[in-house]
Design a protein around this ligand. Structure first.
Ligand code: IFM
Length: 449
């Protein structure tokens, strides 16, 4: 048995997001988010679950930080709820809301855990949705104003910032597929949303630098790996379209200052309105790229395949199977994603900001879960990341999704992603087998092959 070690200083941690864990949806002056609204429309979410209480992290935060310390976490990635801080999205600051994050950061630093904060992990203020949301070009200024409020309060202590989490999901699941808040079904709106998210990202990076805040700033993208269903020209082209919509739509403007041509020829009238100077705004140098990797899909041409005319089938490596989400377990896809970014975009500093698996789980009488399936999932993905590092990828850290079971958006509390079990009746936290295993990985900065 040999151990594959990671470079010195490699950071190991876990990630969560505000709406998925905090609860306290209307406490201490918090405003309504689009998810607070979306979950109240019947059948939008499995079992009509809501994030109203979630893991009650808003009240149990000190205990959760203590648990992270016990588990040996070196860094913790979390997001801030915009309407908790600015209930109407702008205007008067809700000091109680901002104080919650202030205390979280102080608790983390006291526990020697490096805070990594994301400004937007989907719980956008409903007050702004009512006036057009991300489709309104003013959303760019709304976002930078919000960012400034947060940087002013926490910028002296948070060393890592991300602007948006998974803009593809915000744009397409929320505006074209209707499966996420705000629940719209219009491709033009999805592309326009993506464009405004990108500009707001770039403007925030610019502001961060101009105003001299310390620390590093980047963006987090969900980068899947795509393979064509066959060598046929129609399948290869469909695969290229899927790749360009999910990956190049973001990486090209961020790193190359333009949109991918083939996709834009294909989508025609659905392309966003771009104004002069937009690409300069988007194409700001960033300190790191956050990569969320979950699965690989085989893409084929399909007449019924939506705007892209592409069908998607998740693939898994032999013997690895699928998770509860139906996603194939395919660690080689992670290596491929990282190598693609290295080769096409100048090998930026990268972090795996999310990787993990959701399952239905049955605990024993002590609420303990023997999640050896998750241990194996993480082990093969850590090795895949190591392969990428050996091939020269500039990967500096890894965040497991997720620290704890939580509200999985439209799937409610169905699939559990945590390395810590949440008992939603008692709110007790019980580290699973994977949490104990992960502590060892962190301690030895390596993983058994
Ligand atoms: O739970 C989500 C997270 O909010 C964003 N990335 C994917 C995870 C699993 O679906």
């Amino acid at each position: 048995m040999s151990i594959r070690t990671f470079p010195e200083g490699f950071l190991w941690g876990a990630a969560t997001a505000a709406y998925q864990i905090e609860g306290a949806w209307n406490e201490d002056g918090k405003g309504e988010s689009i998810w607070d609204r979306f979950v109240r429309r019947k059948y939008n979410v499995l079992n009509n679950d809501t994030g109203d209480v979630a893991c009650d992290h808003y009240h149990l935060m000190p205990q959760d930080v203590a648990l992270m310390k016990e588990l040996g976490m070196q860094t913790y990635r979390f997001s801030l709820s915009w309407p908790r801080i600015l209930p109407q999205g702008r205007g008067a600051v809700n000091e109680k809301g901002l104080d919650f994050y202030d205390r979280l950061v102080d608790n983390l630093l006291a526990a020697k855990i490096l805070p990594n904060a994301t400004l937007n992990h989907w719980d956008f203020p409903q007050a702004f949705q009512d006036i057009g949301g991300w489709l309104n070009r003013d959303s760019i200024d709304w976002f930078t104003d919000y960012a400034r409020v947060v940087f002013d309060k926490l910028g002296d202590r948070v060393p890592m910032w991300s602007t948006h989490n998974e803009p593809w999901v915000i744009a397409f699941r929320g505006n074209a597929m209707g499966t996420h808040a705000p629940g719209l079904c219009d491709y033009s709106k999805a592309y326009q949303t993506a464009h405004h998210l990108l500009i707001s990202h770039g403007k925030t990076v610019e502001l961060f630098r101009q105003d001299g805040y310390k620390g590093q700033i980047g963006i987090v993208l969900n980068l899947g790996h795509f393979e064509p269903g066959s060598e046929r020209e129609s399948d290869r082209a469909a695969c290229q379209r899927a790749y360009e919509e999910n990956v190049a739509l973001f990486l090209d403007p961020l790193f190359l200052g333009r949109y991918p041509e083939m996709l834009f020829d294909w989508i025609g009238p659905h392309a966003p309105q771009v104004e002069g100077g937009d690409f300069t705004s988007i194409n700001q140098p960033i300190d790191f790229l956050g990569v969320n990797y979950y699965t690989t899909e085989v893409i084929s041409y399909a007449l019924e395949g939506g705007l892209l005319k592409a069908s998607r089938v998740p693939v898994s490596s032999p013997g690895l199977g699928h998770t509860e989400m139906g996603w194939g377990i395919h660690p080689a896809g992670l290596t491929a994603v990282l190598l693609n970014v290295k080769e096409k975009y100048g090998n930026p500093t990268m972090y795996i900001t999310e990787n993990g698996c959701g399952y239905k789980e049955v605990p024993d009488e002590k609420d303990f879960v023997s999640d050896w399936n998750r241990v194996n999932f993480l082990r093969v993905h850590f090795l895949a990341a190591q392969d990428a590092i050996q091939a020269g990828v500039n990967l500096r850290g890894y965040y497991v999704w997720s620290l704890m079971d939580n509200f999985e958006w439209a799937k409610g509390y169905g699939p559990r992603f945590g390395i810590v079990r949440i008992n939603y009746e008692t709110m007790s936290r019980t580290p699973k087998q994977s949490a104990h295993w992960y502590r060892e990985v962190i301690a030895q900065n390596g993983v058994v092959e």
